[in-house]
Design a binder for this molecule. Structure first.
Ligand SMILES: [Fe+2]
Ligand SMILES: [Fe+2]
Length: 411
């Protein structure tokens, strides 16, 4: 008797799809967090990467079971700095779920290599090795690699090409940020290679603050000129110019602290920023309103609170002296930004109102806090990452309530 033998091609099914969609949802959440982090200033300027990071990747997988090309998506837990251990859960379309553990390492912040063991659950199960690498820095890179099974189904092999992102640690400037397009400009730091940092965490913290303070000088010079160009009341541009001197004093004090902890006198290169507007326009008023909200109401508001908390605990005279001046100045700069927001809402029409109310409805996502020497930081009037997140959350809560009232009264 002739048997009608029909080779059954493994096909995806709905329950598997549902299971693996959970991985996709987790990726979406991670990427959402990444966008919010992009709204915050910094990370690399503090030179601190978290020891524990969670990243996501999204791209294409090739070969193996199911469809020949499919979506590749997953989450990676990375523990360590340049060389690290990692654990990953990822989906290969709706055909397989991979669980991988291994080691990964960065090569001069421009590429990475990783390898590990993978268990594949799906249309057919398998286990084997994972190897990948690609261009990228510790924050973002291309995951080019694949899975080679040596146990179970040999057909479960897969190649992948995906964008891998580790959201950066959030941190905050202690002055008004100098925006250039959607980025932030910071002055370069000149230091001798002979310097031996007295304390790396304190040096990195104060260097970051000093760069942000020095960037605030051209930011306020430019703000004063732009407020005049768009016809703002004279007291707004006058107070912006007055803030330039405050920021110069902040920069001098923080450069001194940064030098002390860096083990030698640092030099920072001042920046110059030309005004971006020479006449009033809805686009110019919207830009000024959004910058005032993000960099002033929230950024300088947080800087003021952080300086106040830092001053309250500082036992080091030099740090306490700097923070005693910085706190009230930043609070005054934040109030100037509230006045700019109010003026733009009153005069800028619907486009400004819509942009400000949209911006004011989205809270930033606090970053994870790195391990820190709490005692030493407190002695020098510095906040931990967790406390900075708390300060930001407190300011955001208050600012959002105040913005809603302002939107009502200026309607
Ligand atoms: Fe400042
Ligand atoms: Fe400021």
């Amino acid at each position: 008797m002739k048997v009608n033998a029909r080779i059954r091609t493994p096909q995806p099914d709905a329950s598997r799809w549902l299971r693996q969609t959970l991985g996709g949802a987790a990726i979406a959440a991670t990427l959402h967090g990444t966008a919010a982090h992009a709204d915050a200033y910094c990370s690399m300027l503090h030179g601190v990467q978290n020891t524990v990071n969670i990243g996501g990747h999204l791209g294409l997988a090739f070969g193996g079971l199911g469809w020949p090309v499919k979506l590749n998506y997953g989450l990676t837990l990375r523990v360590g700095r340049q060389g690290a251990g990692f654990a990953r859960i990822e989906g290969m379309g709706i055909s397989a779920l991979h669980l991988t553990a291994g080691a990964t390492g960065n090569i001069k912040d421009s590429a990475f290599l990783e390898g590990g063991f993978t268990g594949s659950i799906g249309i057919e199960s398998a286990a084997g090795i994972h190897v990948a690498g690609g261009p990228g820095n510790p924050g973002v890179g291309w995951l080019l690699g694949g899975f080679i099974p040596f146990l179970g189904s040999g057909n479960a092999w897969t190649g992948q090409a995906s964008l891998l992102v580790f959201p950066r640690e959030i941190c905050f400037p202690s002055g008004r940020a100098l925006r250039v397009g959607s980025d932030f400009a910071l002055p370069p730091v000149l230091a001798s290679s002979a310097f031996a940092p007295v304390d790396e965490a304190l040096a990195a913290g104060w260097v970051g603050d000093a760069r942000a303070e020095l960037a605030s000088v051209p930011a306020f010079l430019r703000l004063g000129a732009e407020l005049r160009a768009v016809g703002a009341p004279a007291d707004l541009s006058r107070d912006a110019i007055a803030a330039v001197e405050d920021e110069q004093r902040h920069a001098a004090a923080t450069v001194a602290l940064a030098s002390r902890w860096s083990g030698g006198a640092l030099a920072m290169v001042p920046l110059v920023a030309a005004p971006r507007f020479d006449r009033p326009s809805p686009a110019a008023l919207t830009e000024l309103a959004l910058e005032a909200w993000h960099d002033g109401c929230l950024g300088e508001g947080t800087a003021a609170l952080a300086a106040r908390w830092g001053f309250a605990r500082a036992r080091d005279g030099e740090a306490a002296g700097a923070l005693a001046r910085i706190g009230p100045d930043e609070a005054r700069h934040a109030e100037l930004s509230w006045r700019i927001v109010e003026w733009t809402l009153r005069t800028g029409g619907r486009s400004v109102r819509n942009a400000v109310s949209d911006a004011g409805s989205v809270a930033s996502v606090p970053g994870a806090a790195a391990e820190e020497d709490v005692e030493l930081l407190a002695w020098n009037g510095r906040l931990t990452g967790r406390e900075l997140n708390q300060a930001r959350a407190e300011i955001e809560q208050k600012a959002m309530r105040r913005l809603r009232r302002l939107l009502d009264t200026t309607a």
